[in-house]
Write a protein that binds this ligand. Sequence first.
Ligand code: SER
Length: 448
Amino acid sequence: MAADYPTMKTAEIRSAYLNFFESKGCKLYPSSSLVPDDPSLLLANAGMNQFKEFYQGKKVMKEIGACSCQKCVRTNDIDIIGADGRHASFFEMLGNFAFGGVTKEQACTWAYELITEVFKLPKDRLYFTVFTEDDETESVWRSLGVPADHITRLGEDDNFWAAGPTGPCGPCSEIYFDLGEEVGCGCPDCAPGCDCDRFLEFWNLVFTQYDGQEDGTLAPLPTKNIDTGMGLERMAAIMQGVQSNYETDVMRDLISVGERLSGKSYKENAESDLSLRIIADHSRSVTFMIADGILPSNEGRGYVLRRLLRRAVMHAHKLGIEGAFLSNYVDAIVRLMGHVYPEVVDNRELVERVILSEEERFGVTLRQGQAYLADALEKLEGTVLDGATAFTLHDTYGFPVEITEEICADANITVDKEGFEACMDQQRERARAATKDDAEAAWSTYGG
Ligand code: SER
């Protein structure tokens, strides 16, 4: 599909967006670390995270608002990453934020101006959703010239946004781009919110007016705020006239790294394409997480890192890539993104060292683990793999249980997660008892 509007590279979109909001008086903030300064969040998942205290009225910004390009990691959709063209574990979010100084009408007007006058997207391909009860936002879009049949009302599941279970949140309005009838399901009532690929959501405008409390209630915030987030990779797909984030300039370069290492060409085989996409995506999360000081471990964000890293290694094996390989992706990421995120340049050596050590550790046991699992699946009667086998894979061969689940899912087998957790609990119990015995032994030796 050739685009009927100007083409822009990822770097040009990033600059155009940030320049636009700086010209409106918003202060440019660098991306915050992926490790949030907020115990309620495991990893930075949105541009608004670093502004939480401004939303809560605990801090005051003297400028009218802020803008940023934020690195984000989200793993809630990990199963579909690579399988579709729009989900990713790592992505960049372009955002603008205001804490009482910008009205809803102003925020929507800026958004419309940017996409129609700077990015020059054709108006007839733009669609909008608004929260069911939000008449005001619908009338703002209408006043900007959006026809009524390009606006859909959606409920809380789609049009109410929160970073996590607590904290600033509110109703939202999303902007979609119509990729064309030929991409969609063909249903006469196909519209934004439909499960098919026709309408691509690329910008979310949240009207952050509540602070979610521990007990689930919504306390009104002192001011009516704005938090908008545009997925840079999705916008790049639109501006480059391609159907998938993986075909945009930056991501396609990372796919080429995998092509070079594996000798496989992209778009020749569905299975190897999937692995090439997964490694392209995961290599970015892994690089940025380590550059921000996260180390592989068996819990918390360290576990998320280990899981992504080992999943990338497993897909490399599927592609026939032998030995340590991820440093090739780090080189490309530094080249493609180092000018925006100096931390990947400054911490490159650490990133490479941590990755290499993890690749070596997992590389040693991966094949044996795969053989062990293949044997267990062959002997399996029924469709559920027992928890003890999943535990052995985790404990002896270093398979995160989610990877075991993924391999099993290919054979239509599920994993007994409860049984697995019970084995994990027993192991923790043994470890606690061993620590206690050691402490007692030390006491009897030294303390008398
Ligand atoms: N916080 C909202 C989101 O992540 C908009 O920035 O979608």
